[in-house]
Design a protein around this ligand. Structure first.
Ligand code: KIV
Length: 308
């Protein structure tokens, strides 16, 4: 057997460790609506690449994966979501989607890919939808992007609205601040939510608004609300996966619940590995190495001697 075919014969075994070949049906908007109608609280997390896509897709209980443009800051290191080029976001979506088989997926329209015109918006949206596996596109904004949102819905793309704090517009509101604390601001958020519902949005993400306003809205609307930093009264909750797993060593917002400290566990694991390499306990001949038959090794030595 050539070394190439030996390697090829290993691939299915290696592949089986990293990817699921199970034929599962991917969840649809109809599945999500059924859960919403049954008043089941929905859980959403973000995924930003193949690994986090696999982790999210492997959770039996999770309902929705959001390929949030937060990936610009969290996994690409940009200072804001404004800075990520569309193509970088697009390639990140491709990576996530290769890891997703079963969950309903929402993807973002990143900053700069939809604001200029309805046709720019449709072009970006079609490019993303052609990746397959995306069930809804999220548009940050309300009244200001109404024409774009209406057109997407007309051409059969379910839209998730995103109001309250709109990180793509953080410059206009002086930073990442809670929105809707004053009566008029809260009333504007309610009107914007009703507008988005009326033009056909399937779901609404409510970011950083007072919990009473989020609950009021959720009770008033007949579409699922996905809350982040908006209290327990929404139909769904979303967290950025890197926040909930403690993947970064930077402080998180007040509304984040960390369920593990991945960053420090990972650093400890790396130090453990380095210690094993330096002490010679890794790799172990029995468990981590591939043998060669004695006669093959001797024959190799003979070949080398003849060649000299
Ligand atoms: O981009 C994102 O991850 C978001 C968060 C609000 C969840 O939209």
């Amino acid at each position: 057997m050539s070394s190439f075919s030996v390697f090829r014969s290993l691939v299915p075994r290696l592949g089986a460790r990293y990817s699921s070949h199970a034929t599962v049906r991917q969840k649809t908007l109809t599945d999500i609506k059924k859960l919403y109608k049954a008043k089941e609280p929905l859980a959403v997390i973000t995924a930003h690449d193949y690994i986090t896509g696999r982790i999210a897709d492997s959770s039996e209980k999770l309902d929705i994966i959001l390929i949030g443009d937060s990936l610009a800051m969290v996994s690409k290191g940009y200072a804001s979501t404004l800075e990520i080029p569309f193509d970088d976001y697009y390639y990140a979506c491709k990576s996530v989607l290769r890891g997703v088989n079963q969950k309903f997926v929402i993807a973002d329209l990143p900053f700069g890919s939809f604001e200029a015109s309805v046709s720019q918006c449709v072009e970006s949206a079609v490019k993303l939808m052609k990746l397959g596996k995306i069930g809804s596109l999220k548009v940050e904004g309300g009244f200001e992007h109404g024409e774009q949102i209406k057109r997407l819905i007309e051409i059969g793309i379910p839209v998730t609205g995103h109001i309250g704090l709109k990180p793509q517009q953080f410059n206009a509101v002086g930073g990442y601040r809670v929105q809707g604390r004053k009566a008029q601001d809260a009333a504007n958020i309610i009107k914007e939510a009703e507008y988005l519902r009326d033009i056909g949005c399937s779901m609404l993400l409510l970011e950083c608004i007072p919990h009473k306003v989020a609950q009021y809205l959720t009770e008033k609307l007949d579409i699922p609300t996905i809350g982040i930093g908006s209290g327990p009264g929404t139909s769904a909750q979303v967290l950025v996966q890197a926040d909930l797993l403690g993947m970064l060593d930077s402080p998180t917002a007040k509304f984040v619940q960390k369920y593990m400290n991945f960053h420090s566990e990972a650093v400890n694991a790396i130090d453990h590995y380095v210690g094993d390499v330096k002490s010679g306990t890794f790799p172990n001949i029995e468990t981590h190495s591939y043998p060669i038959k004695e006669e093959e090794f001797e024959a190799m030595e003979k070949i080398l001697q003849q060649d000299h």
